[in-house]
Design a protein. Structure first.
Length: 329
């Protein structure tokens, strides 16, 4: 993520993204100029912090979360969150892991646009994606999510209040009212977002957002890059959903955690596909030869250890869940 005095390189990045300035469309050039101005406005050359959001494409802005463990005091800022601007209004996609981070996102939106916020979309209920909702209660936004998300909120309320007291403060946790059973089309004004609800995978209520205008897919935690994926619902389900995600017309892929890919779904998800496929294969093998659950994590997937952030913190839990899912096949 660029910041500080490195802003000068952004015109170069703009040319690289759209070809030469001779061939780039007026829309692309206008956006590039606007992006450079935003960077200059948000990150003056004072050695200060990086800007909170980065313009990725026309009207698409992203804040990249960092790979802190969930025990870290910085755990509120681990997920990718952002927003999409249409001609009429703005949609926010995930709000971060604290009320304060949600406020920073709202402030970043207001530095870019004064249009109303019409939707706050949550990709799933995990704390790092929803606790910032509180910052948007005074906006006109409708809160949207998977049809199972409202129940997941109810089921998580007590856990959030106990485990994330500091992150929540005295803010209210906002539940979704616009529920997606299959697909839902949202019109931001000359800009259509397709919200799609998925079968159990990372969680039992994962939702993706596809911006048709820029072919940008926000995956929520259906995709992790660099940071080890966490299975909270179904390994087999997740692998099935990943196949379906490959059929969407997406070029730019924004994972729930990790770096953005401009190379489409197959390239973006190659590492996660390899890890989850290995987990399925090796867990089945260990079950077949009678390895006990308590011993399985030490022998399954060790070739993956050096390829991921937070492997040791997450992998044993993944093996545990996979074993329990697969042992009665
Ligand atoms: Zn997450």
């Amino acid at each position: 993520m660029a910041g500080g005095c490195s802003n000068a390189r952004d015109p170069v990045r703009c040319r690289g993204m759209f070809g030469s300035t001779d061939t780039a469309s007026p829309d692309a050039l206008r956006w590039c100029a606007r992006g450079v101005l935003l960077f200059l406005a948000l990150a003056p050359c004072s050695g200060g912090a990086a800007p909170f959001v980065e313009p990725l494409a026309p009207g698409v802005y992203l804040h990249i979360g960092k790979h802190h463990p969930v025990q870290s005091p910085h755990r509120h800022d681990i997920a990718n969150i952002g927003f999409v601007i249409g001609a009429r209004c703005i949609a926010v996609i995930d709000t971060g892991g604290s009320a304060d981070l949600g406020k920073r996102l709202l402030a970043a939106i207001r530095q870019v646009s004064t249009l109303p916020i019409c939707y706050v979309i949550n990709t799933h209920v995990h704390f790092d994606h929803v606790l910032g909702n509180a910052a948007f209660t005074d906006t006109t936004a409708q809160f949207a999510g998977h049809v199972q998300l409202a129940g997941a909120f109810r089921g998580s309320l007590e856990f959030f209040r106990e485990e994330f007291t500091a992150e929540l403060g005295d803010a209210q946790l906002i539940k979704p009212e616009l529920l997606v059973e299959d697909k839902l089309q949202l019109d931001l004004g000359n800009r259509i977002l397709i919200l799609q609800a998925w079968a159990p995978a990372h969680t039992d209520h994962d939702l993706t957002v596809l911006d048709l205008h820029t072919r940008t897919l926000w995956t929520g935690d259906l995709l992790f890059r660099e940071r080890l994926p966490i299975i909270d619902s179904s390994l087999r389900g997740w692998l099935g959903v990943m196949e379906s995600l490959g059929t969407l017309d997406a070029q730019r892929v924004i994972p729930g955690h990790g770096t953005v890919s401009e190379q489409g779904w197959q390239a973006a998800s190659a590492d996660q596909s390899r890890y989850l496929s290995m987990l399925l294969r090796e867990t089945r093998q260990q079950i077949a030869i009678g390895t006990f659950l308590g011993e399985a994590a030490a022998v399954i997937g060790q070739a993956e250890r050096d390829r991921w952030e937070l492997f040791d913190a997450v992998h044993p839990t993944n093996v545990n869940r996979s074993y329990r899912e697969l042992e009665w096949e």
